[in-house]
Ligand binder design. Structure first.
Ligand SMILES: [Zn+2]
Length: 233
């Protein structure tokens, strides 16, 4: 027999369990090990519910939107993700902005961003605990390209979208060239040069023996961001 009292107990039980889980997650959130556990739980949940469906919203003019769509419609990330554009910025998994150079200043405050004193600006993806990944594409770079990267303008655009979108999907930076392990031989060409993974920071150029690249490689799927709580990538 199901009585009102039983139903009340069940509802109370669910409510208390929910509060307990919420408090637990809050506590876990405050410590380093807790964040790692939290990330693991999130990754397992993602695996179970199959959250390989990703939507993005693009702020910017129609030319920018079109080019982003074109790049993402042939992106190597499609190998593991179903990526679609949405008209709803709030509902989007990832938000992409075309941002004026002046508005990028807040991301460029640390001296280590400028090797040899040369200020090469780059685009960023921000990630914080309760916000979705947001990509800020430096408008000057987008319009003019970056000669130091060794990429043509259209290649640079493809690189920067694939790279920042990779961060949005939760992937971290990769090393390039001599930094790779022997099993990475398949990435070398006949001149013993290596194609840099797209998650290598290519804007400032590639190390010697490296080839600038703008396509997603298999290697790009191998390094997950360890914490979702990083500020800028
Ligand atoms: Zn990056």
């Amino acid at each position: 027999m199901i009585s009102i009292a039983n139903i009340t107990n069940v509802v109370l039980f669910i409510l208390l369990t929910y509060i307990l889980i919420y408090v637990l997650i809050y506590i876990l959130d405050k410590s380093r090990i807790g964040r790692a556990i939290n990330d693991l739980i999130n990754n397992i949940i993602n695996l179970i519910i199959g959250s390989n469906e990703v939507t993005y919203y693009t702020h910017g003019d129609i030319a920018f939107k079109n080019e982003v769509n074109s790049i993402l419609s042939k992106s190597g990330w499609l190998k593991k993700y179903k990526i679609t554009e949405t008209n709803d910025p709030d509902g989007a998994t990832i938000v992409i902005n075309l941002t004026e150079r002046n508005d990028m200043d807040i991301f460029h405050t640390k001296p280590q961003y400028y090797p040899n004193g040369k200020q090469i600006r780059f685009s960023v993806t921000t990630q914080s605990s309760n916000e979705k990944p947001e990509i800020f594409i430096d408008k000057d770079n987008w319009m003019n390209g970056v000669p130091e990267s060794g990429l043509t303008l259209s290649q640079y655009r493809e690189y920067v979208i694939n790279h920042e979108f990779g961060h949005g999907l939760g992937y971290d930076h990769q090393k390039c060239a001599g930094m790779n392990k022997p099993e990475d031989d398949k990435y070398y060409n006949s001149n013993k040069q290596v194609l840099c993974p797209v998650m290598y920071q290519m804007t400032r150029g590639v190390p010697s023996g490296g080839i600038p690249n703008y396509k997603v490689t298999d290697k790009d799927f191998t390094e997950r961001i360890r914490s979702r709580y990083l500020g800028i990538l």
